[in-house]
Design a protein around this ligand. Structure first.
Ligand code: NAD
Length: 458
């Protein structure tokens, strides 16, 4: 039995379209088709698989504006972000289109014969995508999995299925055989869970909340199923007194309020050395008040859009009860799920707003005394995804970068995820890495083959 979901434009709270949600039977049928499509896809000549992925990338490229427009409407993303995100799908497909022809094994010296290793694809890979970055996260899982010779079933988030559905159609247009990539809109508790329990799905790539990630990992354990988890974050932006303070204050809002703070890498804790704390807060306040927060559908210059849903808006507002607000930026009135960019001063590091992932445009600022205290405060969290360090002292930058327990750090910048480099979390921010040159390996088994050779007799 199928049900439908009404997609809502979060900038206006008005309906966009209806999407049919798959039930378990439809999910099973799609997984079986993906399993049937696997042997011919695996056995395709590497150069031919590469050619199809490059063709897929160029078809995505021809539809960048259409995909961006869909994301502005479906997710309230700014035009700049949505265009970058569609371009990211194209770039990631192009990057991993080089992988089929470079999926090298090794030759290992052993006595009595020859030993070689092969990188064999796993079979069907299930990818579960959250609503905050529907296009990039889809691409980061799909592209290396396909390049390594797997077939893919992909579930977008209930709230944001439109770009994924379109990209699934573009894959067919580009000539990918039926069943190689199947987009299955549906509920997490139905389609997502079936990826975990269906024995033909050999790996699950999950991006989403830490709570659901733990359930996925426990479910995968039943079949010793491979899984990659990209989960939440509570990342620190550490500003030392010797930093370029004007730059640190001007850029800090964009490191947390981008995508209205619905970013697992959001630097939502700012740690400022106490001698420049007041000065920093003053400059940060000016930068926050200068942000352009408007409906991205009506204003291409918008720098921050709405939250994804009324539920998310209410959850974020809940963090603002009983907290000292330092300053707020602008936000439109009227319909839509708006919360202005907000700077708060927690009373202690025990405050909920300092410890929990708010996933909205709220940043908490606290002072620290010295390098050791900054590192201790940054690491005082169960998360460990990203972070930034602002200082002019190269030695300190390196020392702190080595000591902060997080997978992705940037010095004097708030580097976004780059597809050339590995991405993933420490501690409860995740398990495994995506992107970078080694990503296709994570979608393979390493097989070892020993070939005996006879002793020479003459
Ligand atoms: P969520 O965990 O509720 O949902 C994520 C996806 O999982 C959705 O597609 C959902 O339908 C599906 N799902 C839900 N329950 C499921 C179940 N029982 N079995 C299988 N699938 C299920 O998260 P969300 O609210 O969509 O996204 C926000 C969260 O994602 C935040 O915590 C954020 O930090 C995290 N996130 C992490 C990264 C990263 O790379 N580390 C990136 C983006 C988002």
């Amino acid at each position: 039995m199928s049900t439908t979901y009404t997609v809502i434009n979060p900038s206006t709270a008005s309906p966009v379209t209806e999407v049919e949600l798959a039930d378990v039977d439809r999910t099973d049928a799609a997984i079986e088709r993906a399993a049937a499509a696997f042997p011919p896809w695996r056995d395709l000549a590497p150069g031919e698989r590469a050619r199809l992925l490059r063709r897929f990338a160029s078809v995505v490229d021809e539809h960048i504006d259409e995909l961006a427009e869909l994301e502005v409407r479906n997710a309230g993303h700014t035009w700049g972000n949505a265009t970058w995100e569609a371009g990211n799908v194209r770039d990631v497909l192009n990057y991993y289109s080089a992988a089929p022809e470079r999926l090298f094994g090794r030759q290992i010296p052993v006595p009595g014969g020859v030993d070689i290793t092969f990188r064999e694809p796993l079979g069907v890979v299930g990818i579960i995508v959250p609503w905050n970055f529907p296009m990039p996260i889809l691409g980061w899982g799909m592209a290396p999995a396909l390049a390594a010779g797997n077939t893919v079933v992909l579930k977008p988030a209930e709230l944001t299925p439109l770009t994924a559905i379109r990209i699934g159609e573009l894959a067919l247009e580009a000539g990918l055989p039926e069943g190689v990539l199947t987009v299955i809109p549906g509920k997490g508790s139905v389609v997502g869970e079936r990826f975990v329990t269906h024995p033909l799905v050999r790996k699950v790539c999950f991006t989403g909340s830490t709570a659901v990630g733990k359930k996925i990992m426990a479910g995968c354990a039943e079949q010793v199923k491979r899984c990659t988890l990209e989960l939440g974050g509570k990342s620190a932006n550490i500003v030392f007194a010797d930093a370029d303070l004007a730059k640190a204050a001007a850029t800090a809002p964009y490191a947390v309020f981008d995508n209205a703070g619905q970013d697992c890498c959001a630097r939502s804790r700012i740690l400022v050395q106490e001698s420049v704390h007041e000065q920093f807060l003053e400059q940060l306040g000016k930068a926050v008040q200068g942000m352009v927060v408007t409906d991205p559908g009506a204003d291409r210059g918008s720098e921050m859009g709405p939250l994804i849903s009324a539920h998310q808006r209410d959850s974020v507002r809940g963090y603002l009860d009983d907290v000292d607000v330092v300053c707020t930026g602008p936000a439109p009135d009227g319909d839509g799920f708006w919360v202005p960019p907000t700077v708060v001063a927690p009373r202690s590091t025990d405050d909920r707003v300092w410890r929990e992932e708010v996933f909205g445009p709220v940043v908490a600022v606290l002072p620290f005394s010295d390098e050791a205290e900054a590192v201790a405060m940054a690491n005082d969290t169960e998360y460990g995804l990203s972070g930034s360090i602002y200082t002019r002292d190269v030695g300190r930058a390196l020392r702190v970068a080595r000591r902060v327990e997080a997978g992705n750090l940037s010095v004097n910048s708030h580097s976004a995820v780059r597809y050339w480099t590995p991405f993933g979390g420490y501690k409860q921010s995740g398990l495994g890495r995506e992107l970078g040159p080694d990503a296709p390996d994570a979608f393979t088994e390493e097989k070892n083959v020993f070939i005996a050779h006879e002793e020479a007799t003459s």
